[in-house]
Design a protein around this ligand. Structure first.
Ligand code: NCD
Ligand code: ZN
Length: 347
């Protein structure tokens, strides 16, 4: 039987990326730029990026850090708060640099304290987004401490997403970093403009990896990894036929090593270094390399109303070892599967 040893696809985009700021930004941006042409940049800085003006300034800092000649383009987002005004949305729409508005339920994840306490407070703003075709990018988890952490995404669908979509059926929504069979099924079958990003780590691992041989903080992210049946549903969504609603979003979320290996470790997996190679493993394992390009390079652009990139990228079958750690400003960051072997390499 012949084996595919090389794949060439349209250069992909990363539809969910944390680049951080300052020296950390300078350390990580080259990894994303080596693989992706464009990326949706998450606004959860401290303080968060809540206005178009702040997004413009952040974009300039990113552009100043982009390696020369890479052509990398950051697609900016605003951080939705209880106080985001319809006027701010109109400004964002006219700016030409803002591609979405991010919903962090207050307290759901890293730097989400300024997030939305109750979506009812944002209805006018969300209506304006619907009218101007600006997508809502959702961290889809409830924050109710009564709800088990492994159920927070499924409960979010019933408590928040369904009522929201009933009131605003034309609002474009990206259900970010989905982790459950409930979310995959909902997105596959729902009516209207909805898509979902899926991370490489949620396709590759179930929750056991967090607790194998001890507690492994570099596999802790939010939404947290789930049971195997959920991982399987995500793989099916990503690699299956005709699922143009699903696309890459690495959710690469670097934190300094000592903040991960800590009594109260931060959530986030660093995958910008090797995201495409991680995803390629999933598609290869499931005999779906012929469907990799749609998931990696076509579906997301289509959802956002953008053209696919014109240049190509080639991955070759070549074993290589993931470094144990990488520079991260003055500190270091540990990539996902540090020290492990991958079979595919960005040529
Ligand atoms: C993200 C981060 O560190 O900014 N962490 C994570 O675990 N994914 C925040 C987020 O996207 O939820
Ligand atoms: Zn994220």
């Amino acid at each position: 039987m012949s084996q595919t040893d090389q794949i060439t696809i349209t250069r992909p985009d990363d539809w969910h990326l944390h680049l951080r700021d300052g020296e950390a930004l300078k350390s990580v941006i080259g990894h994303s730029a080596a693989q992706f042409r464009r990326a949706i940049i998450m606004p959860n800085l401290r303080p968060p990026v809540t206005t178009t003006e702040q997004a413009r300034e952040y974009r300039q800092r990113i552009m100043a850090a982009v390696p020369a000649g890479s052509g990398f383009e950051p697609l900016m987002t605003l951080y939705l708060t209880d106080n985001t005004t319809p006027d701010e949305i109109i400004k964002a729409g006219e700016s030409g640099i803002v591609y979405g508005v991010k919903l962090y339920p207050a307290g759901a994840t890293t730097n989400s304290d300024a997030g939305v306490t109750d979506l009812a407070k944002c209805m006018k703003t969300l209506e304006t987004m619907q009218a101007h075709g600006i997508p809502l990018l959702m961290h889809g988890e409830v924050t109710d401490p009564e709800v088990d952490i492994f159920d927070r995404e499924a409960v979010f669908i019933d408590r928040v997403l369904l009522p929201l979509r009933k009131s605003l059926p034309e609002l474009k929504i990206v259900f970010e970093h989905i982790t459950t069979k409930e979310a995959a099924q909902y997105v596959a079958q729902a009516e209207g403009p909805i898509g979902a990003t899926i991370t490489a780590h949620h396709l590759l691992f179930n929750r056991n990896v967090i607790f194998t041989g001890g507690i492994c903080p570099h596999y802790y992210c939010l939404p947290v990894l789930k049971r195997e049946e959920n991982r399987k549903a995500l793989v099916q969504a990503a690699t299956g036929h005709n699922n143009e609603r699903f696309f890459i979003g690495t959710d690469s979320a670097p934190h300094a090593k000592d903040l991960k290996e800590n009594a109260c470790g931060c959530a986030g997996c660093y995958t910008a270094l090797h995201a495409l190679e991680l995803y390629a493993r999933v598609f290869d394992d499931h005999h779906a390399l012929d469907r990799f390009e749609a998931f990696a390079s076509l579906n997301g652009a289509k959802f956002y109303g953008l053209s696919p990139n014109s240049e190509k990228i080639t991955l070759v079958r070549q074993r290589w070892q993931i470094p144990e750690q990488l520079p991260f400003g003055e500190e270091t960051v540990v990539p996902l599967m540090a020290g492990g072997i991958l079979e595919w390499k960005n040529a």
